[in-house]
Design a protein. Structure first.
Ligand SMILES: *[C@@H]1O[C@H](CO)[C@@H](O)[C@H](O)[C@H]1NC(C)=O
Ligand SMILES: *[C@@H]1O[C@H](CO)[C@@H](O)[C@H](O)[C@H]1NC(C)=O
Ligand SMILES: *[C@@H]1O[C@H](CO)[C@@H](O)[C@H](O)[C@H]1NC(C)=O
Length: 245
């Protein structure tokens, strides 16, 4: 993740170098009769570009594929404590927008998304008490989830700087539901193959017992990541450019 200072320098550099959006980004008139559909079409048009983050004309955003997440700490109680690090997440750019509610004047956007398939690899440390069994391990983890849905509430502000009206998002809380979640943890019980296999089976058969502890940490990590990405992209533009009259 970029530091605050690096982000600021990038934003300042972009702002002085560019004043117009790249041609790959379509804008929507703020009084468009079907604003929501216009925005959905515009986002879907740039979705393939979000993967690598190259919008052409010298415009870049942080790539979504893979999405790197580090140091996600989950749980913390007696039942469950886990830290996931060096996570590489793939599939996030295949999101489908099911519903959008947009208010451009207050910069409030509610998005309902489906993520058909997300794959992840990384490192884990975990202590889990499941069905009276103490499972502990540290090593590689890989897994996937299918048909996750997310409700994202993007809240932004319009503000003036040197007589130019700019926009930024200040928060982006989300609620995630995951319908299918599978993971495989290497090296449980110091790599004992039989115990490890049994523990992985138990973990995957009882996801309801720990998924509710994973989701809040995931929501927080993704919120912060998407807030950073969205604000880096907004740094290219002014309110009038993005939502022309
Ligand atoms: C947008 O939000 C503003 C401020 O909250 C509100 O006054 C306005 O009615 C909203 N517009 C629409 C179209 O919902
Ligand atoms: C995911 O959703 C699609 C479309 O609704 C459906 O065809 C598919 O069976 C679902 N997959 C799972 C694993 O639920
Ligand atoms: C998650 O599931 C709950 C309960 O089924 C539902 O009320 C909520 O709308 C769902 N949220 C999303 C983002 O799909």
């Amino acid at each position: 993740m970029l530091s605050k200072v690096e982000t600021l320098i990038l934003i300042l550099t972009f702002r002085t170098c560019f004043t117009k959006l790249p041609s790959t980004i379509t804008t929507c008139h703020r009084n468009h009769p079907d604003l929501e559909n216009c925005i959905i079409k515009a986002v879907e048009a740039v979705r393939p570009l979000l993967a690598h983050g190259n919008f052409g004309d010298g415009y870049h955003s942080p790539p979504l594929e893979p999405l790197n997440l580090d140091n996600i700490e989950l749980g913390g109680g007696q039942q469950f404590h886990a830290i996931f690090s060096d996570m590489q997440v793939r599939g996030g750019s295949n999101f489908i927008i099911n519903k959008l509610k947009a208010n451009t004047s207050s910069m409030a956007f509610d998005l309902l998304l489906t993520l058909p398939r997300i794959d992840f690899v990384g490192n884990y440390f975990m202590k889990l008490n499941i069905l009276l069994l103490d499972v502990e391990g540290q090593g590689k983890v890989r897994g996937h989830c299918e048909n996750a849905t997310a409700l994202v509430k993007m809240r932004g502000v319009r503000y003036f700087k040197d007589d130019v009206e700019l926009v930024k998002f200040i928060k982006m809380p989300m609620r995630i539901n995951i319908s299918v979640f599978k993971m495989h943890l290497d090296n449980l019980f110091n790599g004992d193959p039989v115990l490890s296999e049994v523990a992985n089976m138990i973990i995957n058969d009882n996801q309801d017992l720990y998924l509710k502890e994973i989701i809040p940490g995931l929501q927080k990590a993704l919120s912060q990541k998407f807030l950073d990405i969205a604000n880096m992209m907004l740094a290219y533009t002014t309110y009038d450019e993005m939502f022309p009259l």
